[in-house]
Ligand binder design. Structure first.
Ligand code: NAP
Length: 285
């Protein structure tokens, strides 16, 4: 069975590697070809366009950067839909707009293709270790056929409902992360100001009610002054924008999320949009 994989960045490269390890015949495409070289050396086959990749693959997985990238890959010239065949399942793992997921599922249906939205959480580490959480929206029957492929890099798979529901679950996830990242950096800022041992503070808080993923994964990176991505500041700004835009449709105000977006925008304006999200501390340190 052949699987096509598009988007070989921080997340996609590790995920594609798991698929090769699991024995799938992998067809790959990425905007920058050099990022595919090590996978090609391990047996993946390079495809010149998403269209060719769709034509040559039974299943297609995508994880690119922004909704605009998703549109280009699926709907653009020489895009996936131009090479699609009825019966295929396409899975978009990008964190993208729920409305775009609905549109892709609709256009897929017209071609006999099931398109699932399946954004993930768990970070660069989760991708490397093959233990991501995937949040699925779309036709459930599509999920059942693609589940063994997702199992190669996701240890938790949650089905949330019709197209777009996976993206809504991810938006909810990012609203929580807005709180844990601002909370974690403010915690370190306060602990430092009060003269505490920061490693000890992280260990202490990790054992109690304040424990959270941002603290245990990004706290130690901050103490090592490692601001590499991880998860790009620019992508978090995209995600918070998606969440706030969707919230507006429901006429609900999310003041904490808004504030987090303002802080991250300030960070990007200071030239740190390509840093990891833990660089938020640099607003103060
Ligand atoms: P990334 O390193 O920037 O990877 C995105 C990849 O997509 C890049 O290799 C990029 O190509 C490729 N791409 C973009 N547009 C393309 C196109 N039109 N055709 C082909 N390839 C294209 O970002 P990432 O960290 O892996 O994140 C990917 C997605 O997952 C984002 O939506 C992000 O929000 C989400 N996410 C990230 C994390 C995390 O911790 N990193 C966790 C959960 C979810 P180039 O090589 O040319 O740039």
């Amino acid at each position: 069975m052949s699987v096509g994989f598009i988007g070989l960045g921080v997340m996609g490269h590790s995920m594609a590697k798991h698929l090769i390890k699991a024995g799938y015949h992998l067809n790959v495409y990425n905007r920058t070809r050099s990022k595919a070289e090590s996978l090609i050396a391990e047996g993946a086959k390079w495809m010149d366009t998403p269209q060719e990749l769709a034509f040559e693959s039974d299943y297609v997985l995508t994880i690119v950067g922004y909704p605009e990238d998703v549109e280009k890959v699926y709907l653009g010239q020489s895009g996936l839909f131009e090479g699609s065949k009825p019966g295929q399942v396409f899975v978009d793992l990008t964190t993208s707009r729920p409305s775009l997921a609905i549109e892709l599922a609709k256009q897929g249906k017209e071609r006999g293709v099931i398109v699932l939205d399946a954004p993930v959480s768990g970070g660069d580490l989760g991708a490397r270790e093959g233990r991501l959480t995937a949040m699925i929206g779309g036709e459930a029957i599509g999920l059942e056929s693609v589940r063994p492929i997702l199992d190669c890099f996701a240890s938790n798979i949650f089905y949330h409902g019709s197209a777009g529901a996976g993206q809504h679950a991810k938006a909810a996830n990012q609203i929580m992360i807005a709180g844990t990242m601002t909370g974690m950096t403010e915690t370190l800022r306060y602990a430092k100001a009060s003269g505490l041992d920061l490693n000890k503070v992280i260990d202490t808080l990790s054992g109690g009610a304040a424990n959270n993923w941002s603290l245990s994964n990004y706290g130690p990176r901050i103490l090592k002054e490692d601001y590499s991505p991880g998860f790009f500041v620019k992508h978090f700004i995209k995600d918070l924008g998606i969440a706030l835009e969707a919230a507006q449709e429901y006429k609900i105000d999310l003041p904490g999320t808004k504030l987090a977006l303002e802080l991250y925008q300030e960070l990007a304006d200071a030239g740190l949009e390509d840093a990891g999200t833990q660089a938020l501390i640099k607003l103060w340190w």
